[in-house]
Design a protein around this ligand. Sequence first.
Ligand code: F6R
Length: 248
Amino acid sequence: IHNVVFSESSIGSRSIAMEIADLIRHKQSKGDVCVLGLATGSSPKGVYNELVKMHQEEGLSFHNVVTFNLDEYFPIAPISSHSYWHFMHEYLFDHINIDPENINIPKGDLQESEVRKYCLEYERKIETYGGIDLQILGIGRTGHIGFNEPGSHVNSITRLVTLDQVTREDAAGDFYGKENVPRKAITMGIGTILKAKRILLMAWGESKATVVGRMIEGDISGEIPATYLQQHHNTTVVLDTGSSAYLK
Ligand code: F6R
């Protein structure tokens, strides 16, 4: 695990967007598909904003891009303003030339009895594209990546999980009260994430400093699922002054 610290999150976001754009163009030059793993939440908003600008101002094309989102609340209707489906369209997909057929976001409106099979299909679909070339991640206060909360197994795959109380509290603002936050989510597993060829995790601001310190310097443990990234050979953690405050 490497870490890089920028003076401001906007500069870190720009550097992540540039790595993504370089990869997309490199794949284009070879006639290949570029498979991106995407996250939601406040952390990647700046990255998506930069990618939209690169599309609009520099003609960056997403015609060869296939995306797999990490997670989605369950149950939730895709058209709900709280869904991650809605988030991704609002901040990225509505503003770029991606083929809607190439967008994959876990479905939040299945019957619970259909979820197991659906999750296995999600895993298999990632495999049919040869796996994820570049996965971007945020980190939750519980140490979750995706919605892999404390206690998640290193070999876990895409599945239905129960959200941690801390995670539901952190989402309470968006849902106008914790009681409105769904209790479950569908998430890629730790095992799914660790198979990505390249991982960029971003964390901004002092509220992430404690968990960032434990992720990078703590023992590898399911107590802080993000510590599993220490076992991945090509992960960079992108930080700002605030989130790096407690690193040695
Ligand atoms: C979102 C996701 C979560 C978030 C994490 C941090 O798709 O998988 O792990 O990355 O909860 O959220 P923010 O960025 O809002 O602090």
